[in-house]
Write a protein that binds this ligand. Structure first.
Ligand code: PGA
Length: 249
């Protein structure tokens, strides 16, 4: 049995007032919930950790720097994130790969930096629309896995999120068959590289326009162990039914 995880990525949304959504979410969790992670903007990390303490919700950051300290104005190290009480960090989100020109090698180093600080990276991969249309999806995904995943991956220290870029924030969702194809492919690659035990146990999340009305269908895929949710994680009323759908499958 793999760990199920519902992770919410608030992106650059929310100030202190949004923390009330965490309280509301904690109250709306189903019985036997999966792991629930919220990744708020960095200035909210510390307060978010205080709000959710003991309530069944973990906190993560949205990025970390690959180095532990130094002259990197505006950046945040993994140790600083851990110091807030957060236990996860997203690395390699497509918005950072695009807007901050993050390469696979940088994402790999960020995952290692996260480990060094005791954080679990939620490492994102995903193809662009032109890759999908050129039937190049699996090549891209294979390359991102090979280039972004460090060799010391274990089932406990890493979560992988498959997020087709064309599905993020667009309301367009791949068919269940397309999701199954990519998740099965990722699983095969993980087993080939890390062996059966580790490869079979690493949680794989799907991300991209997951909503209350499509979550149950997406969670039917055998190799989908949860979701990384953007827009629908901002309001407890939207995220709670997604968490309930995951708990029910
Ligand atoms: P979305 O974002 O759910 O708003 O499509 C997903 C993500 O970028 O993680």
């Amino acid at each position: 049995m793999r760990r199920k995880i519902a992770a919410g990525n608030w992106k650059m949304n929310g100030t202190g007032a949004a923390l009330s959504e965490l309280d509301a979410l904690a109250q709306a969790l189903p019985p036997n919930p999966p792991s629930v992670v919220i990744c708020p903007p960095a200035p909210l990390l510390y307060r978010a950790c205080e709000v959710v303490a003991g309530k069944g919700i973990d906190i993560g950051a949205q990025d970390c720097h690959m180095q532990s300290s130094g002259a990197h104005t505006g950046d945040i190290s993994a140790a600083m994130i851990a110091d807030t009480g957060a236990i996860y960090t997203i690395v390699g989100h497509s918005e950072r790969r695009a807007a901050h020109e993050e390469t696979n090698a940088m994402v790999r180093d960020k995952a290692k930096a996260a480990w060094a600080a005791g954080l679990t990276p939620i490492l994102c991969i995903g193809e662009a629309l032109e890759d999908r249309e050129a039937d190049n999806t699996l090549n891209i995904i294979g390359g991102q896995l090979a280039g972004s995943l460090p060799s010391d991956v274990s089932a406990e220290n890493t979560v992988i999120a498959y997020e087709p870029i064309w599905a993020i924030g667009t309301g367009k969702v791949p068919t269940l068959a397309q999701i199954i194809e990519v998740h099965d492919f990722i699983r095969e690659r993980l087993i080939a590289r890390f062996g059966q035990d580790i490869g079979n146990a690493i949680p794989l999340l799907y991300g991209g326009s997951v909503k209350p009305d499509n979550a149950a269908t997406i969670f039917k895929a055998e190799n989908v162990d949860g979701a990384l949710v953007g827009g629908a994680s901002l309001k407890a009323g939207d995220f709670a039914p997604i968490i309930a759908a995951l708990a029910a499958c």
